[in-house]
Ligand binder design. Structure first.
Ligand SMILES: [Fe+2]
Length: 1034
């Protein structure tokens, strides 16, 4: 019920009194509401359309700066959630524009109807949702004829308005309802959209009305009955300001104080029996249909006044799911929308005489320094525009162009001057590419922008290092947590950026049980930003061509026959340039020796599987009788296990994976560390279930029989290395981390800046891996492995056993029982990995402590927590019932340090160990075959070299294996190595100092490892930081 304080519209009552008493006194009958228009009247009005438009345009005013930009943040409790409209989804942040203008019966300060247009979206183009509002709960006209009457009245003197008002009770009521008196600020008023919208789902048919709600509307209405009795009078309070600046000053106030209005809705069920409920001249009783908050509209700056910045409105263009309710009867209110469309929009656009603008007297000039990347196709032919967002406003778009000069060529460093109104400290820059004939000439690799304010002498650095194809919003360089973001535009643009990323980069739902990957069917469909650089693509193609032609492998690729001898394999291996390692392996047939076999399990192509064995395995019943001769300390096997001299690998994850045509066993292998510190294989069982057809081989067996058993184990090891160790664990796991980073951490988040270079080409690498290795009949794995088409089953089985600690070196080495350097010497992969890990962790902690002052900062970093959650739920998806160690949240700086270090280590060090060792080991098939052509032996029948040749790959398959491993092991020329910081992401001096320190530390480790390698017969070269690319992009 209305209280005494609540405002009341006495319009109908006054109308009744005046029309009955006055008119009776004048001898005239009471006036009735004119309700209908004949088709003739409409036709007549239509003829006058342009006249009306001209008239109306002339009447409305738009003082300078009448358009503001801001953000509409939909409430979590959105009353329209049921309709599923994306732009009105709970929590959605929309960029909006809001235009204010008056009907202007007098001037800005006079009593007047006041209007507002709200546009969702940042573009100047119409849509996706444009709403028109006017003060007052009901429309004063709904069609052209009504507009004509209204305009004629407003165009006349006060008596004309009075006559119009007294022409119908609704006219009088709407006049009283809509007039607002000299507001302090336009945002304090209520603005109603008189149009009824339909939101229909399968189950519901609701109708809604919108209102833009201010906080002080009551105070600006015609308060008293006496006022309302003279509602037609144009009153101007005693305000000294000139008409055109009156509201402008207040508008400036809106932007600088970030005023917030509330977008509200009334919602009701559609009732087809009530034909008038949708009419704009009927308002819905608030008591029956209360206004519900839909979104907070915060205004942050005034849009620059140039016409090119003017937004276009189209009130008929609506998002899917929202419609204008079709009239059931009564007046054709759809015409109201047409009038808004055709008359008001032109009104609001047209009245912008320059002389009315109150130009800010202060301007400044920026020196804009723009650096284009030095990659192939980095330059652009498009027009490059920039707009600056500052603490006090925003500039228009400026075209960066020098006459008779080809701007933004590859590797160029260009400087421009732009003079703009003073906008305070620059916080964001928007870059737009417009034009450009061809796609490849339009896209642009922008390295960075530096702005220098020539007035304040302040410099603003804006790192980018990204491909742009149409538009990008870049925050100035300083890294910030969301909680530290005080500038509203940066805060909201940050949220919008993340949402765009989440829409662009969606998780695939096609690969349950595997690490999360991008929803993308092939490499070519990847978003530009995630693709390889053009150079890298060209270089990779060249390497393939080189590998096949220059290495003359093509001549082997059609020979589907066995090699004649082991020497033949050596000849083919020589097509690959020799390295110290590949040479040493073949020298004097070193590869046949047990000590070399053990060394390769520690320092070879797959050094991450070996584990300490502390007690016998029932499925691998090795006895003292079998291996006693190999144990050189005089102890039993049990004692040797207890002392930590026995190690093993169990290749158990392919057991349930179907083989096709070719073979790979599911072996177990046991190793012993001799007194001299050499790791040697001492027992091999080729299948998991012990029994008479699954004997255990030892070095005591016939030499070729033992050699063949060892070869079958290497075949299993190749499958583990290529399918899970390299493709899945290095590339696809990094793809998961990368996607989560892009989806959840904005580009100026300190952890994004920390990780970005370690995610370079990670998604491209994973997708290319799937395209080339896994999918399709021509895939590499189809040719060289024994599981064609079933590799993902193997991956699933392996991933089901996976735990996060496997990615954290100290935990991984401890868990495998291989962390003791005394017990297991010669494990240089471990030693080097730990050296680099310790420094990475130190570096990460140093950087993080600049941005996180305590553990609470970590806990309260909602973006970081979403990143962790995305990894847990969509990347490293936890299986029911068994934890894989990925945390729900990060609570401390220590936890965050370990988590971020893990990602950096994994992308760089782990991947390098898997990637760059392949050519050294896979080039010589007898030492490291892929699939075997014969089933694993089931007895210890004597073996001949011919048997071995027939079990090993054909020449064609071996040629593919060599080509593939060499292709992947070749370093690429645009690689960035650990400790290198070619592209600048941080602008903070203190961080840059840490980067310098880290670079020095990596150089020092490189020096140490090289010095150590001088003393080794076969050096371990894969984890020298100088040779470790920062990311798993190859
Ligand atoms: Fe790789």
């Amino acid at each position: 019920m209305a209280t005494e304080e609540e405002w009341e519209n006495h319009g109908y009552e006054i109308y009744r009194t005046v029309t009955t008493t006055e008119r009776q006194a004048m001898g005239k009958p009471p006036l009735e509401r004119s309700t209908s228009f004949t088709s003739g009247a409409i036709k007549k009005a239509s003829v006058q359309w342009y006249k009306m438009k001209w008239f109306y345009t002339g009447k409305a005013t738009n003082t300078w700066g009448d358009e503001l930009q801001g953000y509409a943040v939909v409430r979590d409790t959105s009353p329209l959630d049921f309709a599923g409209l994306d732009i009105l989804r709970p929590g959605k942040v929309n960029q909006v524009r809001l235009r204010f203008f008056n009907l202007c019966r007098g001037d800005d300060a006079s009593d007047d109807f006041r209007c507002a247009f709200l546009k969702f979206g940042e573009q100047e183009d119409a849509g996706p949702l444009d709403l028109a509002f006017t003060t007052g709960r009901m429309a004063s006209f709904t069609n052209i004829a009504g507009l004509q009457e209204f305009c004629s009245a407003v165009d006349g003197d006060e008596d004309a308005v009075r006559d119009w008002a007294l022409k119908s009770p609704d006219n009088y009521f709407s006049l009283v309802d809509g007039i607002r008196r000299s507001p302090e600020c336009r945002t304090e008023l209520d603005y109603n959209s008189h149009v009824t919208y339909r939101l229909a789902t399968d189950d519901e048919h609701k109708i809604v009305r919108f209102r833009l709600h201010g906080n002080n509307d009551d105070a600006r209405r015609l308060k008293t009955r006496e006022d309302q009795e003279e509602a037609w009078k144009i009153q101007r309070p005693d305000i000294q300001l000139p008409a055109d600046t009156y509201l402008t000053d207040r508008l400036l106030n809106i932007a600088s104080n970030h005023k917030t209005m509330t977008l509200q809705v009334q919602v009701r069920d559609f009732d087809s029996t009530n034909p008038t409920e949708c009419e704009p001249t009927r308002y819905w009783e608030e008591e029956a249909y209360p206004w519900q908050d839909l979104a907070d509209v915060t205004l942050t700056f005034i849009v620059p006044k140039l016409m090119e910045e003017r937004a276009n409105y189209d009130f008929l263009l609506l998002p899917d799911g929202l419609q204008i309710e079709t009239p059931v009867g009564g007046e054709n209110y759809a015409n109201l929308v047409s009038i808004q469309e055709k008359v008001l929009t032109s009104t609001a656009r047209k009245k912008h005489p320059e002389e009315m603008h109150v130009e800010s007297p202060k301007t400044t000039t920026y020196l804009v320094h723009v650096e284009t990347g030095n990659h192939l196709f980095s330059g652009t032919d498009a027009g490059v525009y920039i707009a600056l967002y500052g603490t006090k406003g925003r500039t228009k778009r400026y075209l960066l162009d020098k006459l008779f000069h080809d701007d933004f060529e590859r590797g160029s460093k260009e400087s421009y001057y732009i003079t703009t109104p003073v906008i305070g400290d620059v916080k964001c820059v928007q870059v737009f590419l417009i034009g450009g004939k061809f796609t490849f000439k339009r896209i642009w690799f922008l390295s960075n922008i530096v702005l220098f304010d020539l007035t304040t002498r302040k410099m603003f650095e804006i790192p980018c290092n990204k491909w742009i194809d149409s538009k990008i919003t870049l925050p100035t360089g300083e890294a910030k947590l969301a909680t530290q973001e005080t500038h509203l535009d940066r805060k909201y643009l940050r949220q919008i950026y993340l949402e765009e990323q989440q829409n662009l980069l969606k998780w695939s739902t096609d690969s349950p049980g595997l690490p999360g990957q991008l929803a993308c069917d092939k490499y070519d469909s990847l978003p530009l930003e995630l693709k390889y650089s053009s150079e890298r693509q060209i270089e990779k193609k060249k390497i393939i061509l080189d590998v096949v032609l220059k290495l003359k492998l093509n001549k082997y690729m059609r020979i589907f026959q066995s090699f004649d001898s082991l020497e033949d394999f050596k000849d083919m291996a020589k097509v690959v340039p020799e390295t110290e390692t590949s040479k040493a392996i073949l020298e004097d047939d070193r590869w046949r020796q047990d000590a070399e076999y053990g060394r390769e399990m520690l320092d070879g192509v797959n050094p991450v599987l070996i584990r300490r064995l502390t007690r016998s395995l029932p499925q691998f019943p090795v006895t003292d009788e079998m291996v006693g001769e190999q144990l050189d300390r005089g102890m039993t096997l049990k004692e040797e296990m207890e002392f930590g001299h026995i190690y093993y690998i169990n290749y158990k994850h392919m057991v349930d994976v179907e083989r096709k045509d070719k073979f790979v066993p599911n072996p177990l292998i046991m190793f012993y560390v001799t007194r001299a510190g050499q790791l040697k294989p001492i027992a091999i069982q080729l299948e998991q279930k012990p029994g008479p057809t699954n004997p255990i081989w030892t070095p005591k067996d016939q030499e070729l029989g033992w050699l063949l058993a060892k070869t079958y184990v290497k075949s299993a090891d190749s499958h583990y290395q290529t399918v899970v160790g390299h493709l899945q664990m290095a590339h696809i796991v990094m793809e998961s981390f990368t996607l989560a980073m892009y989806r959840q951490l904005p580009q100026n988040h300190p952890v994004h800046k920390l990780l970005i270079q370690h995610t370079r080409f990670a998604v491209a690498g994973a997708q290319m891996g799937r395209d080339l290795l896994l999918d399709g009949p021509e895939s590499v794995f189809q040719k060289i492995l024994a599981l064609p088409g079933n590799e993902r089953e193997f991956m699933r089985a392996y991933f089901a056993d996976f735990h996060m600690d496997q990615l954290i070196p100290p935990k991984n080495f401890a868990e495998r029982g291989v962390d003791d350097r005394e017990l297991l010497p010669g494990y240089h992969y471990r030693d080097d990995a730990m050296l680099v890990w310790d420094k990475i962790a130190e570096y990460v902690e140093k950087v993080l402590r600049i941005f996180y002052s305590n553990d609470s900062d970590v806990k309260e970093d909602s973006e970081l927590q979403e990143f962790v959650k995305d990894i847990r739920e969509n990347g490293m998806t936890k299986r029911p019932g068994k934890s894989n160690g990925f945390p729900e949240t990060l609570k401390t700086i220590k936890e965050l340090t370990e988590f971020a270090s893990m990602i950096i280590f994994h992308s760089s060090v782990y991947h390098a160990s898997m990637n760059f060792s392949q050519s050294d080991y896979f080039s010589f098939g007898p030492n490291y075959p892929g699939a075997m052509r014969r089933a694993p032996p089931t007895s210890k029948a004597p073996v001949t070299e011919k048997d071995i040749m027939e079990a090993l790959p054909t020449k064609a398959d071996q040629a593919v294996s060599i080509a593939f491993s060499h292709y992947l092991s070749e370093p690429l020329s645009d690689e960035i190595y650990l400790g290198e910081f070619k592209e600048s992401f941080y602008t903070e001096t203190e961080v840059r100092d840490i980067l310098d320190w880290f670079a020095d530390e990596m150089s020092e480790i490189s020096r140490q490892i090289r010095a150590r390698n001088d003393d080794l017969e076969i050096p371990y070269v894969y984890l020298i930081p100088d040779n470790i690319p920062k990311s798993a992009g190859q």
